[in-house]
Design a protein around this ligand. Structure first.
Ligand code: GDP
Ligand code: PGA
Ligand code: MN
Length: 603
């Protein structure tokens, strides 16, 4: 057999044999014009952003240094859960919550899609590391992609290029992540600003630690280190190795007595992780610093406590709703530049704008690249438009954010977006009850995934779209994690809801910086200092038991946000039963027991 010659293919900066043979195999299948190994340098960033400007994908922002505006194809704006597959060898391992296809069958279909899919384009090989590079066992991956947008986004979101490749040696394990936008170019064919394919597949082969993504350029579908590796594949690694890979922010909270606590919180996409991670407390003396806004990997330390590491290097945040009132720290971070903005609006003077930033300018270019004025019927920015910005330039990053050891977690919050039923905060009675709260978590769907918005669904631990295996086994893994540890060293578990609404649909709780009051109560519960009411669903504070000093919100609203309503919870029971029935026989007995005792307590 004669080897195909593709420029660049034989100039690899590594001797890692399995990596080299995989790169060759992919190049021969996808037929790019050339192969380029991404090095992560400033020069590479400059070259690729210039290329994207030439292609019309990027518009450089005049008002923010080294920053770019991009508008996607209007059909490629969010994660595609319907097109996301867990192709475990055994269908039962994917469980009732994932799409499944036999791995061989899926590979046959996708191999034909990949055949020649990079024609006319450059194939980039991106070695990357999720989590600190100086970890004892670095979590490595390689993404192959034909999208420059993906390469520059990976510059921000991961530790990648030469410094990551240095940790591969000649035989390190790594996750194989293959991505093609699926838009080959015939000779002479003009490109479009956002090439993608109507056919999309976001596929995971958990046993092989392999990801195949086709057809989309959107973040969650295309930046494969993020949801695909750090949640779907990593959750399987975590199950096998006895740790947790979770959809959680990590924050450091320092009390007026200068005592530091670390909190991890799992909320579904577009339900407040990034905002809580960067919160500016409204109560005096309390300080929040950020370690991560989306993903936490948690392992037990030698002292028996659970330590969390953020595998990411950047924030990929929802833009609309972000401004100096709600999330000043995110605003200050993006203001420094070095950021990408996708599907927001562009101002005439070369800045970005989105809904929630206050008074709109008289004229904008909308995310659909149309003229937009304040009388337009449409939104200027897509509800799932995003900023992508380095954590390193966030003023309130915690100094230990890159410590490979991680930080010991004192509290875990589960939360969702519920207009009714779920109180502002509830403390679980113990770990098992907390796992029950997480496993039965519910939330209204958002624009972060394609589909109808505002429908209540169960979203266990905010991981519904991200559990890489059977959800019943995942619940058992959480139960077992608790059993393997000293109960008093485990984080305490809380259930929160910033989104309860009054009769007139307004939010009952002001949220954002005011959520510091809720954090304070949780920490004081852990310290044994704060009081709570015992209710059938757990420990809920009254308005007196929360620190509301200086809060500008009607007392009745706060009381309504905190209300435990037995009728609403009785109505919730059949929904939980339906959910457990869907998961089937793998629902742990301990969680069925929790449900039974909840029913009894509700009468
Ligand atoms: P993530 O995707 O989980 O990181 O969510 P974000 O923090 O980006 O927030 C998603 C949306 O929820 C944004 O529009 C925020 O403005 C909004 N949001 C975040 N926190 C709160 C809150 O405490 N109260 C209310 N009402 N909205 C919030
Ligand atoms: P998020 O994730 O919505 O949880 O921030 C980003 C995505 O993959 O869409
Ligand atoms: Mn986020």
């Amino acid at each position: 057999m004669t080897a195909v010659t593709i420029p660049g293919l034989d100039h690899a900066p590594t001797n890692h044999a399995r990596l080299l043979s995989w790169v060759r195999e992919v190049a021969e299948l996808t037929c790019p014009d050339e192969v380029v190994w991404a090095d992560g340098s400033q020069d590479e960033w400059n070259r690729l952003t210039a290329k994207l400007v030439d292609a019309g994908t990027f518009v450089p922002l005049k008002k923010k240094p080294n920053s770019f505006w991009a508008a996607s194809d209007p059909t490629d704006v969010a994660r595609v859960e319907e097109r996301t597959f867990i192709c475990s060898v055994d269908e039962a391992d994917a469980g009732a919550t994932n799409n499944w296809m036999d791995p061989a069958e899926m590979k046959a279909i996708m191999t034909e899609l990949y055949r020649g899919s990079m024609r006319g384009r450059t194939m980039y090989v991106i070695p990357f590391c999720m989590g600190p590079l100086d970890a004892e066992k670095p979590m490595l991956g390689v993404e192959i992609t034909d999208s420059e947008y993906v390469v520059v986004s990976m510059h921000i979101m991961t530790r990648m290029g030469t410094k990551a490749l240095a940790r591969f040696g000649e035989d390190a394990e790594f996750v194989k992540a293959l991505h093609s936008i699926g838009a080959p170019l015939e000779p002479g064919q003009a490109d479009v600003p956002w090439p993608c394919n109507e056919t999309k597949y976001i596929t995971h082969f958990p046993e092989e630690r392999t990801i195949w993504s086709f057809g989309s350029g959107y973040g969650g579908n295309a930046l494969l280190g993020k949801k695909c590796y750090s949640l779907r594949i990593a959750s399987v690694m975590a199950r096998d190795e006895g740790w947790l890979a979770e959809h959680m922010l990590i924050l450091k909270l320092t009390s007026p007595e200068n005592k530091a606590y670390y909190v991890a919180a799992a909320f579904p996409s577009a339900c407040g992780k990034t905002n809580l991670a960067m919160l500016e407390p409204t109560i005096p003396g309390w300080k929040v610093e950020t370690l991560g806004d989306d993903i936490a990997w948690m392992r037990f330390g030698e002292d028996g406590r659970l330590y969390a590491v953020n595998p990411e290097n950047g924030f990929f945040g929802v833009a609309p709703g972000t401004d100096y009132h709600t999330n000043p720290n995110a605003m200050r971070t993006i203001e420094k530049g070095n950021s990408l903005f996708t599907n927001v609006a562009l101002t005439d003077d070369g800045d970005v704008w989105w809904e929630g930033m206050g008074e709109p300018p008289a004229h904008l270019t909308s995310w659909k690249k149309q003229d937009w004025t304040p009388d337009s019927d449409e939104l200027s920015s897509h509800p799932n438009s995003r900023y992508c910005t380095p954590i390193a330039q966030c003023d309130i990053k915690a100094p230990e954010w890159e410590d490979p050891k991680g930080v010991p977690i004192s509290a875990i919050f589960f939360g969702g977006r519920r207009a009714t039923t779920v109180p502002l905060i509830t403390q679980s009675r113990d770990w098992q009850h907390g796992v029950f709260m997480g496993a039965t978590l519910s939330s209204e769907t958002t624009a972060a995934a394609v589909g109808q918005v505002g429908v209540v669904r169960r979203d266990p631990m905010a991981m519904l779209p991200f559990i890489g295996y059977n959800a019943g086994d995942y619940f058992q893994h959480w139960i077992d994690t608790g059993k393997s540890a000293d109960a008093d060293k485990l984080p305490k578990i809380f259930y929160v809801n910033w989104f309860r609404r009054g009769e007139d649909k307004r939010f009952l709780w002001p949220g954002f910086g005011e959520n510091s009051r809720v954090l304070k109560w949780a920490i004081e519960r852990i310290e044994g200092k704060a009081a709570a009411q015992e209710t059938p669903i757990g420990h809920v504070p009254t308005a007196e038991e929360l620190d509301l000093t200086g809060l500008d919100a009607p007392r009745e609203d706060v009381e309504a946000a905190l209300e435990f309503n037995a009728d609403e919870w009785r109505a919730e029971i059949p929904l939980i039963e339906e959910w457990f029935a869907k998961i089937g026989e793998k629902v742990p007995t301990s969680l069925r027991d929790e449900l039974e005792s909840l029913k009894q307590r509700l009468g």
